[in-house]
Design a protein around this ligand. Structure first.
Ligand code: ADP
Ligand code: MG
Length: 250
């Protein structure tokens, strides 16, 4: 579904990503791991259109999307969540879900955010979808809480919920498990799994929690110092000498 072709990115003299190539197959939950500073988030930023690569290409469904802006990618069904959730803290959970209704997906995100109030009054389909998402993620009990009052894990669930309000088909998740307690981590894991199996979402996820990675992801790609150093199922990755060395700082 996504093909990353020979992507490199330099920030001044620092080469953050070096000639990385791999694919994210349709229907997969593909993992991306590696020590801090490996270049994982930079690669995500390039795929998600935050900035272009210094060289190389990103291909989505056979089309070159290199350098396309985020809202254009959103229109094509590619969505990314952030390491730190970007919720609107002064709005309720329910309102947060309303700001990205599916009917607006062709528009610039910013415009659809501005229009959310109008959407709320006009479109009962959106309201129904919000209830469905709240139910799916089991966060109905906090629907009317201000998003700013949620726990870190609940904010991550809300972030997933916002991708569910779009017609996303390819979702990039940056550390969905970071700072989340065990119970909520299980919920997030199951939400990702169900979105994949029941809704057909394709995922590429960056994560440090190796349990979460081995439970969800196949294949897994490993980056270190900007380079792709290994790819394969987690059972093989665990045995890889170069990977072990990278994590041990050898
Ligand atoms: P990871 O997500 O794997 O921890 P990053 O992609 O965030 O790694 O960072 C890779 C390297 O690129 C790091 O050395 C980081 O300091 C550097 N880097 C990331 N973003 C920028 C930026 N916007 N400007 C300059 N350097 C950056
Ligand atoms: Mg990162």
């Amino acid at each position: 579904m996504i093909r990353i072709e020979n992507v490199s990115k330099s920030f001044g003299g620092l080469q953050a990503v070096k000639d990385v190539s791999f694919e994210v197959a349709q229907g997969s939950i593909t993992g991306l791991i590696g020590p801090n500073g490996a270049g994982k988030s930079t690669l995500f930023n390039i795929v998600a259109g935050l900035f272009p690569p210094t060289s190389g290409r990103i291909v989505l469904d056979g089309q070159d999307i290199t350098g396309l802006p985020t809202h254009e990618l959103f229109h094509r069904g590619l969505v990314r969540t952030f390491q730190i959730p970007h919720e609107f803290s002064q709005m309720t959970v329910r309102e947060n879900l309303m700001v990205v209704p599916p009917e607006q997906s062709g528009e610039n995100l910013f415009n659809s955010w501005l229009r959310w109030g109008r959407v709320r009054e006009e479109d009962t389909k959106v309201l129904e979808r919000v209830d469905e998402v709240l139910d799916f993620l089991e966060i109905s009990h906090v629907a009317d809480e201000l998003a700013g009052n949620l726990s870190g894990g609940q904010k991550k669930l809300l972030d997933l919920g916002r991708t569910m309000m779009t017609d996303a088909k390819m979702v990039l998740l940056d550390e969905p498990g970071a700072g989340v307690n065990r119970t909520l981590l299980g919920k997030i894991r199951e939400a990702i799994r169900r979105l994949n199996t029941e809704r057909g979402y394709t995922f590429c996820l960056i994560e440090h929690d190796m349990d979460l990675i081995s439970q969800l992801c196949d294949p897994v790609h490993v980056m270190a110092n900007g380079e792709l150093i290994a790819s394969g199922p987690m059972s093989e990755i665990r045995q890889n000498a170069e990977v072990r060395e990278a994590y041990l700082g050898g």
